[in-house]
Design a protein around this ligand. Structure first.
Ligand SMILES: [Zn+2]
Length: 394
C-alpha cells in the first residue's frame, strides 16, 4: 500500500529553462528543436501552415469561399450540405453559426460521452434552437464509457480523453454518411490553439480496442470506435472531406466568445475545453500531476505568437496551478469506482505512452505518401499527416 498523497509533477518555467524566443515552449516539450535564433520547430510549423493556407489573408479567404461554393454544389437537393460537430465550447459554437451565415445548411452532430457539464448542454440547446438547426447525437452507454476511461487510467497512458476524440470523429462520419453529406467542418484553429506535440495526444481505434481489451471489464457495444477499415471507408470510398475554415479565415477566440455571449446568451465554461468533466480532469489534474504536462502551453504559446500576451504574462499564467473545480476529483473517483488508494497508486505510478501498446502508428508511417495526397485533397487534416505519419515524436 502506497501513500495517499499525490506527487504533483506540474512543470514550471524558471530562469534555468531554455525557452523558444517566439512562444513559451521549453526543452521539456517532446521533439522540440531550436534554430540559431532560438525559434522552436513548432513555431516554424505554425508559420509553414500559415503560408500554406494563406491564413487570414484575402487569398486565404478567397480559397475558403471557393470551398464553400463546392459544398453548396455537392449539397444541392439534399437536406444538409455539411455536418458540424458541436460541444458547447467556443470554437464549435462559433463554427456552426458561421456556417449558417455563409449560406450553408449544416447538421449539428454531438458525441455525448456522458461527462458533459450542464453549461455545455445548455449552450448547444440555445444556439441550435435560435438557428433552428437539427441535432444528431450519439450517446454512449455511461457504464461502457466509464469502463473505457478507466482502462486508459489503469493503462497509465496520458490519452484518457482520446476515446472521446475518436468517437466524435466516427460519429461525424456516420452522420455524414447517413445523410449523403460529403463535408465535415471542424472548428480547429492552429492560430488560437497552436499544435500539441504527439506524445500526449496520440489516439487511434486499435489503441482504444487493445487498451480496453487489456484493462476493461465490460463489452464494447455502444462506443463508436473507428477501426482501420472504417477509417479507410470514410476517406477512400465515401470520400468525406474535413474542412477547417479557421485555417483560412481570420479568427479571434476572445471576439468569438464576446459575440456568443451577446447574441446567443452562451456561457463561458472557464477554461480551455473544460465544458466536459473528463476533459477538465484530463487537462487540470491528470496531465499536469501525473505526466508533468500542462497543455495550457499550447494556447498560451499561441497567444504569445499572436501578440495577445507577452512572453512574461504567458509564463506567469503557465506557472500557476490550473484551477480545479471543487468536486472534480471526487466525481472522477466515484464514477470510475476508484478507492482513494487505487487513485493515488495510479497517479503516482508508471508513466507509459502509446508506444507501449499496439496501435496503427506503424501502418500510418508506412502509408505516409498516401496520406500526403489525402491531406492535400482535404480527406484527412494536414495535422494528421504531419503528426501521425511522421517517425519522430512530433
Ligand atoms: Zn516556439
Amino acid at each position: 500500500m502506497g501513500k495517499l498523497e499525490i506527487v504533483n509533477r506540474k512543470p514550471v518555467i524558471d530562469s534555468h529553462s531554455k525557452i523558444c524566443t517566439t512562444c513559451i515552449y521549453d526543452e521539456n516539450v517532446p521533439a522540440i528543436k531550436f534554430d540559431d535564433d532560438g525559434v522552436c520547430n513548432y513555431c516554424k510549423m505554425i508559420e509553414d501552415l500559415k503560408t500554406q493556407y494563406k491564413t487570414a489573408t484575402p487569398e486565404g479567404e478567397k480559397d475558403f469561399f471557393e470551398i464553400v461554393e463546392q459544398i453548396k454544389k455537392h449539397g444541392n437537393g439534399k437536406k444538409y450540405d455539411c455536418v458540424v460537430g458541436v460541444s458547447g465550447g467556443t470554437d464549435s459554437s462559433y463554427m456552426i453559426i458561421k456556417a449558417v451565415e455563409w449560406g450553408l445548411r449544416p447538421l449539428a452532430v454531438h458525441y455525448d460521452n456522458t461527462w458533459n457539464t450542464a453549461i455545455a448542454t445548455e449552450n448547444i440547446r440555445k444556439i441550435l434552437g435560435k438557428l433552428n438547426i437539427d441535432l444528431y447525437t450519439h450517446v454512449v452507454d455511461n457504464k461502457e464509457a466509464d469502463d473505457i476511461f478507466k482502462s486508459f487510467f489503469l493503462a497509465n497512458v496520458p490519452e484518457i480523453d482520446g476515446p472521446t476524440d475518436i468517437a466524435l470523429a466516427e460519429t461525424l462520419y456516420r452522420a455524414a454518411s447517413k445523410f449523403g453529406v460529403k463535408y465535415i467542418l471542424e472548428g480547429h484553429s492552429f492560430i488560437a490553439e497552436g499544435v500539441s506535440p504527439l506524445s500526449s495526444a496520440y489516439v487511434d481505434g486499435a489503441y482504444i480496442k487493445n487498451i480496453h481489451k487489456m484493462f476493461g471489464k465490460i463489452k464494447m457495444k455502444t462506443f463508436p470506435n473507428m477501426n482501420f477499415a472504417s477509417f479507410m471507408k470514410w476517406i477512400l470510398v465515401k470520400r468525406i472531406k474535413k474542412i477547417r475554415p479557421l485555417w483560412y479565415i481570420p479568427y479571434s477566440k476572445k471576439d468569438a466568445q464576446a459575440f456568443l455571449e451577446k447574441e446567443y446568451d452562451w456561457k463561458y465554461y472557464g477554461g480551455h475545453h473544460l465544458e466536459n468533466r473528463m476533459t477538465a480532469f484530463n487537462h487540470s489534474v491528470y496531465f499536469p500531476q501525473k505526466f508533468g504536462i500542462d497543455q495550457r502551453n499550447n494556447s498560451l504559446s499561441a497567444s504569445v505568437r499572436a501578440g495577445l500576451l507577452s512572453q512574461k504574462e504567458a509564463i506567469n499564467e503557465y506557472n500557476s496551478n490550473p484551477l480545479v473545480e471543487d468536486d472534480l476529483i471526487g466525481y472522477f473517483k466515484k464514477r470510475l469506482n476508484l478507492t482513494d488508494q487505487k487513485y493515488a497508486d495510479i497517479m503516482n505510478g508508471d508513466r507509459k505512452t502509446y508506444r507501449d501498446y499496439p496501435t496503427y502508428k506503424k501502418r500510418f508511417e508506412k502509408l505516409r505518401p498516401l496520406f500526403f495526397i489525402l491531406a492535400k485533397a482535404n480527406l484527412v487534416p494536414m495535422s494528421f499527416y504531419i503528426k501521425y505519419t511522421s517517425k519522430s515524436e512530433m
